[in-house]
Design a binder for this molecule. Structure first.
Ligand code: MF3
Ligand code: CO
Length: 245
């Protein structure tokens, strides 16, 4: 059922999250420490009077998931100074008036090669192509199929273990929204459904490994780059993107 109040609040939540994420992206330059970005996120949440949604979620210890280069996602901010040529995935969620919004971008630090630029552009395009399928009557598989074909065409691969999800009164709700799939497979989408569509893409092989040290940080097995982009979206004939990059 369409929940107008929820959607209105989620738009407000997204309108807070988007500028926060923008500020963190802008602050992500050579020489900046990941711990400073985490501090900034906490400070901005205080300023905007929202709760960082990830902190404390299943024991996750931070407001941000930060992924440098081969880190896929769920990277806990640690003592690392960004350097020229790095790419940085920034994933953040907020809770505002009992609803959640979730969004992610990958930014470049200083100069990166055309190859890296193309990789990031393709990952971004994958999410946007997925979002185009977020229409009533389409299925979760239609979204995944659109994302998968977008990236595989360029020789990249979709991470299987991490997926998009419903979002609303909880950070993670049903259904799962994989970045891969087959047309017509999986659950049907309905008008007004609120979902987080995520493209989590590896430049090389799709396999990931989870840090044995912290139990969270996921990185590519082959050491190649990984990128992610995510939006909070309302299913509609004209799919509505609530968050902004
Ligand atoms: N946006 C990611 C996701 O929805 C990050 C969640 S991090 C966690 O899976 F700490 F909250 F798990
Ligand atoms: Co998410």
């Amino acid at each position: 059922m369409e929940d107008k109040v929820k959607i209105k609040r989620m738009k407000e939540a997204a309108d807070i999250l988007s500028p926060i994420l923008r500020e963190i992206s802008d602050a992500s330059v050579e020489g900046v420490n990941l711990l400073e970005l985490e501090d900034l996120a906490i400070q901005l949440c205080r300023q905007y009077k929202v709760k960082p949604a990830f902190k404390g979620y299943e024991g996750y210890p931070a407001a941000l998931c930060l992924g440098v280069n081969d880190v896929v996602n769920h990277g806990i901010p640690y003592d690392y100074e960004l350097k020229n040529g790095d790419i940085l995935g920034i994933d953040m969620g907020v809770k505002y008036q009992s609803v959640y919004s979730d969004c992610a971008v990958t930014v470049t630090i200083g100069e990166v090669s055309d190859e890296v630029k193309k990789f990031l552009e393709t990952t971004k395009q994958a999410v946007l192509n997925g979002i185009k399928q977020a229409k009533p009557g389409n299925t979760v598989g239609d979204i995944g199929y659109a994302m998968q074909t977008t990236v595989e065409k360029e020789g990249y691969s979709v991470v299987k273990e991490m997926v998009g999800h419903g979002v609303g009164y909880e950070l993670h709700e049903e259904p799962y929204i994989p970045g891969y799939g087959r047309k017509g497979d999986g659950e049907k989408l309905y008008k007004g459904q609120t979902i987080a569509i995520e493209a989590i893409i590896n430049q090389g092989r799709p396999e990931i490994k989870i840090s044995r040290k912290d139990g969270w940080t996921a990185s590519t097995k082959d050491g190649m780059l990984s990128a992610l982009f995510e939006h909070t979206v309302v299913v509609d004939d004209n799919p509505r993107i609530l968050t902004k990059w």
